[in-house]
Design a protein around this ligand. Structure first.
Ligand code: NZQ
Ligand code: ZN
Length: 386
């Protein structure tokens, strides 16, 4: 187990009827004027927007709205929101939506107080020194962004889907009300499950030895996600399944699942980001369902006992082997309706060259195995068809 520092400044407000508390929390923090950032309109359909507006009004908080953050969010929308936030002199950002909205809000919160181009942070040319306070109302459990300092945004012109992490962009407060997720289409629940499972696996398979406790925590998170996903596909309004699913996704990427690890592998994430950068209709979770098992096949020889354990504990395989464990994961992805090949995502074999080029922008990558460009190509080839 490695040394670590755990610090997570986000106040997590979790449970039923919590969305309507946002105004009180802002008032307590003496915030009077916010930029409300939202996506394509799901929050108007499911009543979340109405609750937020009422709560802000009751607490005399002014809001300026920016809509239109799309899934796999883009830099141009971030720029637009930064301009509005500056012009309107808002004191805080209020993100209401899924990971794309909250990730964009993090960029806005840091970008407003930065003289240069906010893209500098994503390029690693600069680090935020400060940010406006960010408040989040999560409507889609998947990314863990509600309780971490990461943001992922795509620059459309260059097809770069890059991330940065900073202590300054952790939400000050996040509201997770599982009931607002009853309206999620089942494929979004599936994408969320695959994303969160992948977050845990990035740490679990990073090659750190003797992370005994956190291995069990990680296995608990993954098993919970598997059980609750199946329950939710059966009944999307099963409150306890939603709540346990939501908590599992938060713990998957708020620092807990990686305690004592060497930072996680993150190659599968980096390769997936190339897929959703090249085709923005590819949801992050769907891309991971394809890439992660292919990565596993390519690298498992480096730590076979961990892959064997994964099959034994998660899928209860009596005679587990790494190959059987990977097949069991793919079989489960198939069962819940996740894609497992690049082909199913609509990519052609010819696209592998371009995907390799895009993903290799961040190479060398990885911890368990350090991947160079040619390794990435081989993983994409494995991912192409079953
Ligand atoms: O835009 P609206 O109309 O709100 O609809 C959204 C969107 O179309 C819809 N939705 C959200 N809540 C809903 C709902 N529909 C019905 N009922 C609700 N309650 O769902 C669609 C997808 O939303 P999006 O925010 O894109 O999904 P997700 O939360 O999965 O976020 C994905 C993004 O996060 C990044 C991904 O790369 C991707 O860009 N990630 C962020 C991470 C982080 N910050 O730590 C880590 C992850 O690994 C990931 O890379
Ligand atoms: Zn992810």
């Amino acid at each position: 187990m490695e040394n670590f520092v755990f610090y997570n400044p986000t106040k997590l407000v979790f449970g039923k009827n919590t969305v309507e508390k946002i105004g009180e929390y802002l008032k307590k923090d003496k915030v009077k004027r916010v930029l409300l950032l939202a996506g394509g309109g799901s929050i108007k359909k499911n009543g979340v927007y109405e609750k937020v507006v009422r709560s802000l009004m009751e607490n005399s908080i002014e809001k300026i709205e920016v809509w239109g953050v799309r899934p796999n969010p883009v830099l141009s929308k971030v720029y637009e929101a930064i301009e509005v936030a500056k012009k309107e002199k808002v004191e805080a950002i209020l993100a209401v939506g899924g990971g794309s909205v909250i990730d964009s809000a993090k960029a806005v919160a840091a970008g407003v107080l930065y003289e240069g181009d906010v893209w500098d942070f994503y390029l690693g040319r600069s680090n935020p020194k400060k940010a406006l306070p960010l408040y989040a109302i999560l409507t889609l459990s998947a990314t863990g962004t509600e309780m971490n300092g990461n943001t992922v945004v795509t620059k459309e012109e260059t097809l770069e889907k890059f991330a940065f992490g900073s202590i300054h962009v952790y939400p000050k407060l996040s509201i997770v009300d599982p009931e607002v997720q009853y309206t999620l289409p089942s494929n979004q629940t599936v994408n969320g499950a695959v994303d969160a499972i992948s977050h845990v696996m990035e740490y679990y398979f990073d090659g750190t030895k003797r992370t005994d406790l956190i291995d069990r925590v990680d296995e608990g998170i993954i098993s919970t996600l598997i059980e609750t996903t199946e329950a939710l596909l059966n009944d999307p309004k099963d409150y306890d399944a939603r709540a346990n699913f939501a908590l599992a996704t938060t713990l998957a990427l708020n620092g807990v699942s990686g305690m004592g690890h060497r930072g996680g592998d993150w190659s599968s994430h980096a390769i997936e980001h190339a897929l959703s950068a090249l085709n923005p209709d590819v949801a992050h979770g769907a891309g991971l369902a394809v890439v992660f098992p292919a990565w596993m096949k390519y690298v498992y020889r480096k730590d076979p006992s961990k892959f064997r354990r994964f099959g034994r504990v998660i899928f209860r395989l009596k005679h587990s082997t790494p190959e059987k464990a990977i097949e069991a994961l793919k079989k489960w992805y198939k069962k819940i309706g996740a894609p497992i090949t690049l082909k199913e995502l609509g990519f052609k074999r010819e696209d592998i060259d371009e995907l390799t080029e895009i993903a290799a922008k961040t190479a060398p990558m990885g911890k368990l195995v350090i991947l160079e460009k040619e390794d990435i190509r081989k993983i994409l080839e494995i991912a192409y068809e079953e």
